[in-house]
Unconditional design. Structure first.
Length: 387
């Protein structure tokens, strides 16, 4: 399953979290899970909201009894009721969430802190966040990290971001849209200004998108959309102030291949490693005899259809070929999931009357290294424990 985030009305942390919650059947139960994370002085309230006739999920962050919008995400350099990034990390570490969720939340918050520091010519450690705005941002960011981890999409992409227009009022006065910190975060990301005279993209929303989205495009290649989630924003706008999330299956696979006779085995193996690191479904090298009996290789890459151009560029970059053949084969696959039993990860595949299970190699390797035994012995120990 893949995830596409449509930001036609900008992006804020609560809008992103609302759209992600809307992808689940039991939205109130998922909201209860978010509250169970234990955000300090924070309550997350879920409700359904009609936005220009569109039904959307609305997540309201209540911080110390104050509703969202009564505080700012922007930083200050001093004063009471402020915390630095180290203290923010301590709060995140104290939450009841998986280590992966906490690590993602801290990485996203670091993007915000770095952008704020650059905007005000300060060191990251000097940046202090207003306590209410900080708690709001922690809840937004960690909620999104939790929900994305729960959805576990294979790939996340997003549209260009509508940042709005005009000016925004913050602690340092009236600033142009996008605000300096937001503009810093959006470097390298396609965005546009619209006729809407307000801030549509917050630093938090921009940082979440920057961290997760692999690509920004207004023309996603949806294979088959299986679910749509809609998150409502807090501002009342002429257009529908919503952010939509689309869960979709791949549009098929693509096979790229080329014949190579002027590349060493080591060079070909290196190129194959690059393909797999970049997300190829498979890459293999087949010995072949070329023209005039010259030994060579058939270099083949299997990838998702929407990634074919990216992998064609990689093949041209890492091999001497001047031409690539492209095929669109169909295939049969088993449904796959990664489960954990007694601390060991197991790849389980099922379908067409077959069930297959295989212990994750890295877990076998880890046990072998810890006990200074062979892989064969480590595998037997794990298999015996599972029986």
């Amino acid at each position: 399953m893949n995830l596409y985030l449509e930001c036609n009305s900008g992006a804020a942390g609560d809008m992103l979290a609302g759209a992600l919650v809307d992808l689940f059947d039991d939205k109130k139960a998922v909201t209860a899970e978010l509250n169970a994370i234990g955000f300090p002085h924070t309550e997350i309230k879920y409700s359904e909201k009609s936005v220009n006739g569109i039904s959307a999920s609305y997540l309201e962050m209540i911080i110390s009894g104050e509703k969202e919008g009564a505080h700012s995400h922007h930083h200050h350099h001093h004063g009471e009721g402020h915390r630095n990034l180290k203290e923010v990390f301590e709060i995140i570490d104290s939450l009841s969430a998986d280590d992966k969720v906490k690590a993602d939340a801290k990485d996203i918050y670091s993007i915000v802190a770095a952008a704020e520091a650059k905007a005000h010519n300060a060191e990251i450690g000097e940046v202090h966040f207003h306590e209410l705005g900080m708690l709001d941002a922690i809840a937004d960011i960690t909620s999104c990290a939790y929900l994305i981890n729960k959805l576990s999409p294979e790939r996340i992409t997003a549209s260009r971001i509508n940042v709005g227009n005009g000016n925004v009022k913050c602690a340092h006065g009236i600033l142009p849209v996008p605000a300096p910190a937001t503009a810093n975060i959006l470097e390298g990301i396609p965005y546009y200004k619209s006729e809407i005279q307000t801030e549509l993209c917050t630093p938090t929303g921009a940082a979440i998108l920057k961290y997760y989205a692999e690509e920004f495009t207004d023309a996603p290649n949806f294979g088959s959309v299986v679910k749509t989630g809609t998150g409502a924003g807090t501002k009342e706008l002429p257009n529908a102030n919503v952010l939509r999330a689309f869960c979709y299956e791949d549009g098929g696979i693509c096979e790229l291949s080329c014949n190579i006779d002027d590349m060493t085995g080591e060079e070909a193996a290196f190129a194959a490693e690059i393909m797999m690191e970049k997300g190829a479904l498979d890459c293999f090298i087949t010995p072949a005899f070329m023209k005039k009996g010259r030994p060579g290789y058939l270099f083949t890459v299997l990838c998702k259809a929407e990634q074919s151009e990216d992998f064609a560029k990689l093949i041209f970059k890492h091999t001497p070929t001047i031409g690539i053949r492209k095929y669109t084969p169909s295939r049969y696959t088993l449904d796959r999931e990664l489960i954990e039993e007694s601390g060991v990860h197991i790849k389980r595949s099922e379908g067409y009357g077959s069930v297959k299970e295989k212990t994750e190699f890295e877990d076998i390797k880890k046990l072998a290294l810890e006990k200074d035994i062979s892989l064969f012995e480590a595998r037997r120990i794990i298999e015996k424990a599972q029986s």
